[in-house]
Structures are given as C-alpha cells and as structure tokens.
Design a protein around this ligand. Structure first.
Ligand code: ATP
Ligand code: MG
Length: 256
C-alpha cells in the first residue's frame, strides 16, 4: 500500500508507532510484544531497569537489530524492510548508550560527521551555530579531541552530533548514565530546550525521577513488557512507581 515516498496513510501526527514489537537474540526474547506511540512534538520516556529491553527497542526502531515480529512506523512510514541508513534518512537520530563519539577526532570533526545527510555549507554553519548555542561548552572546546572531553561534555557532543543531521525524531539512550548530578541537570535542560525547538523525543532512562519530570508521557518496561503507561504527572504519583523506582517508602506494611 504505502512505500517510502507516499504520505502517511493514517494522517495522524504520530512520529513513532510501535505495534506488538518482539525482539529476540537467539532463543531469548528481549522485547515481548510492546506497543507504544510518540506524537509529534512530545517527549516520551521509556523507563525500566537493567536488561528490561530499552536499548533493544531503540535499536529496532533504526533497524540496528531486526524485529522478530510486529510493526514500526516512523514519521508515517513503515520501516520494517528498510536498512538503517534509510530510516535515518527519514529524519531519525539515535544517540547511543555510552555516547560513542570519535575520541581521536576534534569536537568540530565529530560534529561534521553528524551532518552527513546535509553537507551544504550554509546548512552546516546553521546547524553548528545552533548546537553551539545549545551547548556553549562545545564551542569553547571546538578544536579539542573528543576523547579529552569530560563524560558530560561527551554526552553533549553525542547529542549535538545527532542534531547536526536535523532529525525530526531524536532517540536518546540513557543520557544520564555515569554523569554527576549537576551535569545530568544541564543535559536534561538541553533536552527540554531541544523539544521546545520542535523536535520529537523518545527518551530511554533508568533515572526514573528525572525522566518523569522531563517527559510528557511515559512507558514502564519490565523484562520486555510494558506494565504501565500514561502521562508522567500520573506516573509520578503512582504508588507502584514510587515504591519500585523512586525509592519511596509509601507506608506499605511489607515490600512486594
Ligand atoms: N546482542 C545481544 N545478544 C544477546 N542478548 C542480548 C544482546 N543485546 C541485548 N541482549 C539481552 O537482551 C535483554 C535486553 O537488553 P537491552 O540492552 O535491550 O536492555 P536495557 O533495558 O537497555 O538494559 P540497560 O539498562 O542495562 O542498558 C538483556 O537480557 C540482554 O542481555
Ligand atoms: Mg540499554
């Protein structure tokens, strides 16, 4: 019915639709039939502890791991049979867990590599100005090698590099990982700013408190299944979330 050049069939303003996605490694199911949506302009968070299947979900969106079954629509297009570079070409950027910047290239060179979809000098200049305005520290360190940046600065660089491709949908895999609280706050403030500029964001996090403060809606993933979802304002007040993820004693007589 639809191919990569036809407009979205549904007409809905959904940037991402995942329908009954399963991901398996050999015989082990990491993602067990999850469904979720992210509307244009939203920040949606996918939270869950170690091994819940968060990274597997993000990787399957950009087709870095194959889906065993289910469907994924990105910006209205079925990406089921597309190679990764075509999904990226639709306007999706993944900032991977652990950042994966190039340590032996300068900040500027790392950023230039992110711009490979649109290398017109005017566009590169505009995008560079934009990411440096967002992360002034990168501007101050533009000639420094990526590997000499602090962990927080590397995370900024990884996000900035993704933005150089002018994505419409940004996938963030645990941007808070291993960072000091002050830097985490800075990164999350930037994420909110990026969203205000009109980007749609799927934020994967283990830092539940911060993710639920930052996003509009959330999904809770437990061993490959979504067990709870809703507006973050509601999830923050949910006793199950407060007990299991926010470390709050909510007066239960005994732990579940
Ligand atoms: N390449 C792989 N081969 C085999 N098993 C894998 C592979 N990648 C992930 N897994 C397994 O799939 C499950 C989900 O892993 P995944 O990395 O998606 O979880 P996660 O929620 O991102 O965890 P974390 O918070 O630790 O990053 C885990 O049990 C993991 O061991
Ligand atoms: Mg992960």
């Amino acid at each position: 019915m639809s191919d990569a050049t036809s407009p979205p069939a549904s007409g809905k303003r959904e940037a991402l639709r995942i329908d009954r996605l399963e991901v398996a490694y050999g015989g082990i199911k990491a993602v067990k039939g999850i469904s979720l949506t992210v509307s244009t302009g939203e920040i949606v968070t996918l939270i869950g502890s170690n091994g819940a299947g968060k990274t597997s979900t993000l990787k399957s969106i950009v087709r870095l791991v194959p889906a065993k079954s289910g469907a994924i629509e990105v910006l209205g297009f079925d990406v089921g049979n597309l190679p990764t570079h075509r999904v990226v070409g639709l306007g999706v950027s993944l900032v991977p867990e652990g950042r994966a910047i190039f340590p032996n290239l300068s900040v500027r060179e790392n950023l230039d590599l992110g711009a490979y979809l649109n290398r017109a000098p005017a566009a590169m200049r505009r995008n560079l100005d934009r990411v440096v305005a967002l992360f002034p520290r990168l501007g101050e360190r533009i000639k420094q090698l990526g590997g000499t940046l602090s962990g927080g600065e590397q995370q900024m660089l990884a996000i900035a590099r993704a933005l150089m491709a002018e994505p419409k949908l940004l996938l963030l895999d645990e941007p808070s990982l291993g960072l000091a609280p002050k830097l985490v706050s800075q990164i999350f403030e930037s994420i909110v700013k990026i969203a205000r500029e009109g980007l749609t964001i799927l934020l994967v996090e283990q830092n539940t408190r911060l993710a639920l403060q930052t996003a509009d809606r959330g999904y809770v993933l437990v061993t490959g299944e979504i067990v709870l979802s809703g507006p973050c304002a509601e999830l923050r007040e949910d006793p199950r979330i407060r007990a299991a993820y926010l470390g709050e004693d909510i007066g239960r007589p005994s732990r579940v």
